[in-house]
Design a protein around this ligand. Structure first.
Ligand code: WTA
Length: 657
């Protein structure tokens, strides 16, 4: 079974519950009956949820699962996703409602109404069409949190092109791999980005990435840092275009074309258990239905009243589903913030909440723990009384952080929703409903109405209450991934082969039922690490390490970290078996990983060792390395080929190497 860390074990001793107040429950979007309604007829339930959207052509069938695991939802239906997120709100008389309160890191702001959003998206769509981008083409986007990122995504959706957003912190190598894998035709980026008060170049990295990239015809560059940036923005005549020169002069009229419900909407790359990231494919009708439904019921969102803020970056799925698609489909007014939470001071988020009267705030446990570290006196200086729902996503939230969040940010009254889902699931799957569920700190609790999840053992049999095992999704859902880009085999292998007999989707997470049958997530059971809510595979970091000329072999583990959830710890054998790489060498290796993958993958610690613990069949025993990394008593070593290896590693480390 899964190897559980002691920290996660503690989760299970938590027994406090926080039922919703009568007042909250009375006004909530979702009532308790929703579970029974959905159970009675799932397809009928989802058909009802799809009514949230405007369809050009009504679907003829809710779900076609005959070609499982390739699902088709709302078969025969046609819609335009961007129209649903923008135009229809203008048409229904809400053109003057602010869609986006954008806050730049240096303090500049922009309020964008739905009418303005419609113009911007239409102009960007016309611009892309003028470059020859057509439905089915792929546009890669590497941008920080500027409004143009959202305009660009919606412009793609509007013309049926797929976007592939690449997190701004990814290295040129990582960007290039994604551009090549999807054969992107256009890349959209910026000249530079503000990070912790400084302007850092972005376009230069993109240029490095695109050297010799044959599929890329045009690069569109948003001017963000301009003259703040030292040096000129590197430019390739004939290929590069400034966003403002290309887009601003376009017509604001653009007729949205209706696309099939299963028309691809985007690809988003995520780490798997091998070195090569997977391009997760999402399509239109089902994805938008489930993101809109969950945004409405999980956050209790009231259009025109709430001010919503999801702190994710659009480079991740949370930014796609809960900044762009779900919220905008629901006519949200939301805050989008460009910068880091401690620039220029550690109260930045609370200042923004106070200023815009944010009522729904959705963030990650790693940030909550960072806020705890900075101290409760910082949020205490601000008026946070507008908040009424708090959300968490990305990793298991420890009860201590959950309680702090509710007490110090939520005035001990706001519901906290711990939402479990994945890039692959597209939308929230397991979460309390804020007006219904008696919340338990640390538990995501129950699959949402319309969704089905189980905890099963090795054989795929559901475990009893109180038991632990693997989390599976046993019924298809509208926003499920439709495949891995260009690799149908990998799609089947990764998600559907583990419990193929039962036809369950294997999530890769360990989980446990408590005595009430509520679900507690226990972290990944595969070689995927979760660092500050970012998925990074151990193999990816290992390949980056061995690509350095001094490294002979590398093994990487995720070790429990009080702030980031897990920290990356690497064990390396140097070439010629040098035992002392010296501080300089270790630093160089850390930087090398950052260069290969991105700063998020930089190991917290690199230990130079003479040997790695391996089984007789040559498999590295990461479990033992995790024991070392977490300063625990080393576990069972009987399956090691050479049991003295662990002594060697431990003694080497004790001597400070
Ligand atoms: C983890 C992020 C526990 C989990 C939306 C999952 C969580 C992976 C939670 C997906 C949660 C996400 N409780 N674990 N509330 N939310 N995870 O694809 O291990 O970046 O498999 O999607 O994050 O990460 P991804």
């Amino acid at each position: 079974m899964t190897e559980q860390s002691p920290a996660l074990d503690n989760l299970l001793t938590e027994s406090r519950t926080f039922p919703p107040s009568e007042e909250f429950a009375g006004q909530a979007n979702a009532k308790a009956e929703l579970y029974a309604t959905a159970d009675a007829d799932r397809e009928q339930f989802w058909a009802g949820q799809a009514e949230r959207l405007s369809w050009d052509t009504q679907w003829s069938q809710v779900l076609d699962w005959t070609n499982a695991p390739f699902a088709k939802w709302f078969v025969g239906g046609k819609l335009n996703v961007a129209y649903n997120c923008v135009d229809r709100h203008v048409e229904s008389g809400h053109g003057d409602q602010v869609a986006i309160h954008w806050v730049g890191e240096p303090g500049d702001t922009r309020d964008i109404t739905y009418a303005q959003l419609k113009d911007e998206v239409s102009k960007a769509a016309n611009a892309l069409s003028s470059l020859g981008v057509v439905a089915g083409d792929v546009v890669a986007i590497q941008l920080q949190m500027v409004p143009e990122a959202i305009f660009a995504m919606l412009a793609c959706a509007r013309i049926g092109a797929l976007h592939s957003v690449v997190f701004g912190g990814f290295s040129p190598t990582a960007l290039r791999a994604r551009v090549d894998d999807a054969a992107a035709k256009v890349v959209i980026t910026s000249d530079g980005q503000y990070r912790r008060g400084k302007a850092a170049p972005m376009k230069a990295n993109v240029d490095e990435a695109l050297q010799g990239a044959e599929t890329v015809q045009k690069v569109i560059v948003v001017k963000r840092t301009g003259s703040d940036l030292e040096g000129e923005t590197p430019w390739t005549e004939g290929r590069d275009l400034w966003w403002h020169e290309l887009v601003d002069g376009q017509s604001a009229e653009h007729k949205p074309e209706a696309f099939d419900s299963e028309h691809p909407l985007f690809i988003l790359y995520t780490s798997g258990t091998t070195g090569k990231p997977k391009g997760i494919l999402h399509t239109s009708g089902g994805y938008l239905t489930q993101t809109a439904y969950t945004h409405n019921v999980v956050f209790d969102h009231k259009p025109g009243e709430d001010v919503y803020w999801c702190t994710a970056d659009i480079g991740w799925i949370t930014g796609h589903s809960y900044i762009v698609y779900g919220p905008l489909a629901n006519r949200v007014t939301q805050v989008v913030y460009e910068g880091t939470p401690n620039t220029p001071h550690e109260g930045r988020h609370w200042e923004i909440i106070q200023k815009y009267k944010v009522s729904i705030y959705y963030t990650a446990p790693t940030l909550i723990r960072t806020f705890m570290k900075w101290g409760e006196d910082i949020p205490a200086k601000y008026d946070l009384s507008s908040l009424r729902v708090l959300g968490s996503v990305g990793e298991p939230i420890n009860p201590e952080a959950w309680i702090w969040y509710r007490e110090k940010i939520g005035a001990n009254k706001t519901p906290v929703v711990d939402t479990w889902w994945q890039t692959e699931t597209g939308a929230i799957m397991i979460s309390p409903l804020p007006g219904v569920t008696a919340a338990k700190p640390g538990s995501a609790q129950r699959a949402l109405p319309g969704i089905s999840a189980k905890v099963v053992d090795d054989t795929g049999t559901e475990v009893p209450h109180g038991g632990g095992g693997y989390l599976v999704l046993d019924k298809p859902w509208p926003s499920m991934l439709r495949g891995v880009w260009g690799d149908a085999e990998r799609f089947r292998d990764t998600y559907w082969s583990r419990f193929s007999e039962q036809g369950y989707y294997f999530a890769g997470d360990g989980a446990k039922y408590d005595g009430d049958g509520d679900i507690w997530l226990l972290g990944r059971v595969d070689d995927v690490m979760n660092v500050s809510g970012h998925r990074i595979s151990t193999t990816e970091v290992e390949s980056a390490l061995v690509s350095h000329p001094t490294v002979a072999e590398a093994a990487v583990v995720g070790a429990t970290d009080p702030t980031t959830g897990q920290g990356i710890v690497a064990f390396v054998i140097l070439r010629g078996n040098a035992v002392d790489g010296g501080d300089g060498a270790v630093q160089e290796l850390r930087n090398h990983v950052a260069k290969e993958i991105g700063p998020i993958a930089k190991p917290r610690q690199i230990m130079v060792v003479a040997e790695l613990p391996k089984t007789r069949s040559g498999k590295i025993m990461r479990r033992l390395l995790r024991d070392v990394a977490e300063n625990r008593q080393i576990g069972d070593v009987t399956t090691l080929a050479d049991s003295s290896v662990m002594d060697l590693i431990s003694s080497g480390l004790n001597s400070g190497k």
